[in-house]
Design a protein around this ligand. Structure first.
Ligand SMILES: *[C@@H]1O[C@H](CO)[C@@H](O)[C@H](O)[C@H]1NC(C)=O
Ligand SMILES: *[C@@H]1O[C@H](CO)[C@@H](O)[C@H](O)[C@H]1NC(C)=O
Ligand SMILES: *[C@@H]1O[C@H](CO)[C@@H](O)[C@H](O)[C@H]1NC(C)=O
Ligand SMILES: *[C@@H]1O[C@H](CO)[C@@H](O)[C@H](O)[C@H]1NC(C)=O
Ligand SMILES: *[C@@H]1O[C@H](CO)[C@@H](O)[C@H](O)[C@H]1NC(C)=O
Ligand SMILES: *[C@@H]1O[C@H](CO)[C@@H](O)[C@H](O)[C@H]1NC(C)=O
Ligand SMILES: CC(=O)N[C@H]1CO[C@H](CO)[C@@H](O)[C@@H]1O
Ligand SMILES: [Ca+2]
Ligand SMILES: [Ca+2]
Length: 599
C-alpha cells in the first residue's frame, strides 16, 4: 500500500512537470482579441453626426489590421435611445440611426469575409416602456399580462376604493435612484424596474418570456452572429418573496447602495438560464461545428462567475482588473492569480482593462502608462477584451454621462474624421484629437497605435496561444514583469514601470529566474529609450523611466533544434490557463496524498 502510494504520487509529480495532458485544438475565441465598439461613436457614414453600421463596415480593414479576432457591438436594436440603446422597443430590428437591417447584414458579411467574428449585445433584463409587450402588459392583455413584474400596492383596496396614495410593496430600490416600483395608472398596479423607470424588468418566471428570448436568439444567429454578450445578467431574476432587503446602515438614507441585495441580484435561477441558451447555441453548432460564444456582463464575485463557466458561458467577463483602478502590480497579480488558479478545469481566462462604463485608463493613470496598460491587456492569456480608441490612447472627455464614449479620432481634420457633418457630432470630440488620431499615429513608428499592433502580433505566436504566464514584481511594487513561456518556443517578457513619477533601476538577473543572459528588445515604448532589435544583458542595470514599457525575448525561435515541434502534438496541448490550473490542482493533489499517507 505504502509503495503503491509513493508510485502514484511520483507519477503525479512527473505529470506536473511535463504539463502536456491531452486536449483539443484551440477554438476560435480562446486566444482572441475582442474589440468593443460603441456604434454611435465609431464612424458616421452619412453626415448626420451619429456613427452607424456603414461607418463600421468602412473601418473593418483598420480593425483587422489591429489583430482583432471579433468585434462586439454594444446594443443596436430598435430603441428611442433614451438609455444608450439599452432601452429596446424591438429585439428583431435595428435602431435606424445606425442604418437598416440590410446595412447590418452587409456589415456582418463583410466582417466574415475578412475572417472577423461579430458579437451582439443582448439585453434580456428589461425593455423600454415603449415596447409593445409592455403596452399590452399594462393593459393586462391575456397573453402579455405576466410579461413584466406587476404587484399590488400594500394598500391596494384603499387605493381602488378611496383613491389613496399607493404604497410600494417593499423597500427595493432602483440603481439610478428611487423606489424600484413605479405605479401604473392604467393597470392600477406597480411594475418593477431595476435601473430606471422607463426600463421595466421582464418577468423571467414566465415561460413565454423565455420563448420570446429564444426566438430573438434564433433570429440573430440565423442571420450569422458569432456570439452574444449578455448584459446585466445578475439582475435578470429577483426573489419571488417580496421581503424587504436588509439595510446596510440604518443611519444612512435608503438608496440602492445602502441595501444588501440578497433578493434582487445573483439569484440561482440565472445558471439555468445560461444553460438554456447554451443548448440553443449548441444546436446550431451541431450542424456547422462553429462555436457561438456567450460572454456575460455581471459585476459578481468569482464564486458566482465560475458557476457561469460551468453553466456554459465561455467568457464570464472578468472585471477585477478594471474595477476602481488604483491597481499596483501586487493588486494585478492578486486578481490574475485568484482567477487563474481557481477557475474550473477547462475554462479560459479573460480580462478587460477598460470599457464604456468606466473611466478610460489614461485618464486614471496618466498618459505615461498608455503603452503599459495596452501591453498588459494583450499579454495576459486567453481572451483580451479591448475598447475602441484604447489603441490610440484616447482619454475621457468632460461629458458627464458619455465621458468614455466620445467619437473615435480618425484624423486631424474637423470633427476628427468621425463625421463630415456641418453641425456638431452627437457628443463632443476630445480636443486632443489634433495629435492623438489614427492617421497621425499610423505614421509614427513609436506611437501608441503601432506599439499596440506590435504586441497584438505576438498573440499569433505559439507562446502566446498556449504558453504559461509567470509574474514578478520588482522595486517595491513598482515594476511589473510578466513572462509568457512555452517549452521549445521563444519566451517573451514584458516590463512595465508603473511608477509614473520616478525612474526605476533594475537588474533582471538579481530578481527574475530562468532568463537567458542576453535578451532582444521586441519593442520599447516611446518613453522608454529602448529600441527594437537591440540586445540587453540581464546582468546590466536598466533605467526604466516613469511608465516605461518594454518587451524582451530570448528569440530562440529558429535555433532551438533540440525539441521537435510537431503540429499535431502542439495542437493537442491545452490552453495556458488550463495548464496552470491543472498544475496547481495536481500540486494540491500531491500535497494531499503526501499529508494523508504521511509520506
Ligand atoms: C457627407 O457625406 C455623405 C456621404 O458621403 C454625403 O451624402 C454628404 O453630402 C456629405 N455632407 C457634407 C456636408 O459634405
Ligand atoms: C388581469 O386579467 C386577469 C384575467 O382576466 C384578471 O384575473 C386580473 O384581475 C387582471 N388584473 C388586473 C390588475 O387588472
Ligand atoms: C459571493 O457571493 C455569494 C452570494 O452573495 C456569497 O454567498 C459568497 O460567499 C460570495 N463568495 C465570495 C468568495 O465572496
Ligand atoms: C521601499 O519602500 C519602503 C517604504 O516606503 C522604503 O522604506 C524602502 O526604502 C523602499 N525600498 C526600495 C528598494 O526602494
Ligand atoms: C506621484 O506623484 C503624484 C502627484 O504628486 C502623487 O499623487 C503620487 O502619489 C505619486 N506616486 C508615487 C508612486 O510616488
Ligand atoms: C522559457 O522559459 C522557461 C521557463 O521559465 C525556461 O525553462 C525555458 O528555458 C525558456 N525557453 C527558452 C527557449 O529559453
Ligand atoms: C450592468 C448594467 O447596468 N448594464 C446596463 C443596463 O441598462 C442600464 C440602463 O440603460 C445601462 O445603463 C447599463 O449599462
Ligand atoms: Ca450616421
Ligand atoms: Ca430583473
Amino acid at each position: 500500500m505504502y509503495w503503491a502510494c509513493i508510485l502514484i504520487t511520483c507519477i503525479q509529480l512527473t505529470y506536473c512537470k511535463v504539463l502536456v495532458p491531452p486536449t483539443t485544438v484551440l477554438d476560435w475565441w480562446q486566444n482572441s482579441i475582442v474589440y468593443e465598439i460603441f456604434p454611435l461613436s465609431f464612424k458616421d457614414s452619412n453626415g448626420d453626426g451619429s456613427g452607424d453600421f456603414k461607418g463600421i463596415t468602412e473601418k473593418l480593414d483598420y480593425i483587422v489590421d489591429l489583430g482583432v479576432t471579433a468585434i462586439w457591438i454594444t446594443p443596436f436594436f430598435e430603441s428611442p435611445l433614451e438609455s444608450g440603446g439599452y432601452d429596446i422597443t424591438n429585439y428583431l430590428d435595428v435602431q435606424h440611426v445606425f442604418g437598416t437591417l440590410d446595412d447590418f447584414k452587409d456589415l456582418l458579411n463583410t466582417a466574415h469575409s475578412k475572417n472577423l467574428k461579430v458579437i451582439m449585445d443582448f439585453v434580456p433584463n428589461h425593455t423600454s416602456d415603449k415596447h409593445i409587450w409592455f403596452e399590452k402588459s399594462a393593459k393586462n392583455e391575456t397573453d402579455y399580462a405576466d410579461y413584466y413584474i406587476w404587484k399590488d400596492a400594500k394598500n391596494q383596496e384603499d387605493v381602488i376604493k378611496n383613491n389613496a396614495t399607493p404604497i410600494v410593496p417593499n423597500n427595493w430600490q432602483m440603481i439610478f435612484g428611487g423606489s424600484a416600483w413605479t405605479w401604473h395608472n392604467t393597470r392600477k398596479q406597480f411594475y418593477f424596474a431595476q435601473f430606471v423607470k422607463n426600463l421595466p424588468d421582464l418577468n423571467f418566471r414566465n415561460k413565454n418570456v423565455h420563448k420570446e428570448m429564444k426566438n430573438v436568439l434564433n433570429y440573430w444567429i440565423k442571420l450569422g452572429i458569432d456570439g452574444i454578450r449578455v448584459d446585466a445578467l445578475k439582475h435578470v431574476y429577483e426573489s419571488e418573496s417580496l421581503e424587504d432587503e436588509p439595510v446596510v446602515d440604518e443611519n444612512m438614507a435608503l438608496n440602492y447602495f445602502n441595501l444588501d441585495h440578497i433578493y434582487t441580484i445573483d439569484q440561482d435561477e440565472v445558471y439555468d438560464l445560461i444553460k438554456e441558451w447554451r443548448l440553443l447555441l449548441d444546436d446550431f453548432k451541431q450542424s456547422d461545428h462553429h462555436t457561438r460564444i456567450i460572454m456575460t456582463e455581471s459585476y459578481s464575485n468569482t464564486s458566482i462567475l465560475f458557476k457561469y463557466y460551468t453553466s456554459g458561458a465561455e467568457i464570464p467577463t472578468n472585471f477585477n482588473l478594471l474595477e476602481e483602478y488604483h491597481h499596483t502590480p501586487n493588486d494585478y497579480e492578486r486578481e490574475i492569480e485568484n482567477w487563474i488558479t481557481k477557475m474550473p478545469v477547462g475554462a479560459t481566462f479573460n480580462s478587460v482593462l477598460q470599457n464604456h462604463d468606466h473611466t478610460r485608463f489614461p485618464t486614471f493613470y496618466g498618459t505615461e502608462l498608455i503603452d503599459g496598460m495596452n501591453a498588459l491587456s494583450l499579454f495576459l492569456p486567453g481572451v483580451s477584451i479591448v475598447y475602441y480608441g484604447g489603441e490610440i490612447g484616447m482619454e475621457d472627455t468632460s461629458d458627464k454621462i458619455n465621458y468614455a464614449r466620445s467619437p473615435m479620432q480618425w484624423d486631424d481634420t474637423k470633427n476628427a474624421g468621425f463625421t463630415n457633418s456641418t453641425h456638431e457630432p452627437w457628443v463632443a470630440i476630445h480636443p486632443d484629437y489634433v495629435t492623438r488620431n489614427v492617421q497621425t499615429e499610423n505614421k509614427n513608428p513609436k506611437s501608441y497605435l503601432n506599439f499596440f499592433k506590435s504586441i497584438s502580433k505576438l498573440r499569433q505566436t505559439e507562446t502566446f496561444k498556449r504558453g504559461g504566464l509567470a509574474i514578478d514584481i520588482l522595486n517595491n511594487n513598482t515594476v511589473f514583469v510578466l513572462t509568457r513561456f512555452l517549452h521549445g518556443h521563444e519566451n517573451y517578457t514584458l516590463m512595465i514601470n508603473m511608477d509614473t513619477n520616478y525612474t526605476q533601476r533594475v537588474r533582471l538577473s538579481d530578481q527574475v529566474s530562468n532568463l537567458h543572459d542576453i535578451l532582444t528588445i521586441v519593442i520599447g515604448s516611446e518613453n522608454s529609450n529602448f529600441n527594437s532589435g537591440n540586445s540587453i544583458s540581464t546582468t546590466e542595470w536598466l533605467n526604466l523611466s516613469p511608465g516605461a514599457t518594454i518587451v524582451l525575448t530570448d528569440n530562440l525561435i529558429s535555433t532551438s533544434s533540440s525539441i521537435p515541434v510537431d503540429d499535431t502534438t502542439t495542437k493537442s496541448t491545452p490552453s495556458s490557463s488550463t495548464q496552470l490550473y491543472i498544475t496547481s490542482r495536481i500540486v494540491l493533489l500531491c500535497l494531499f496524498l503526501i499529508t494523508i499517507f504521511n509520506l
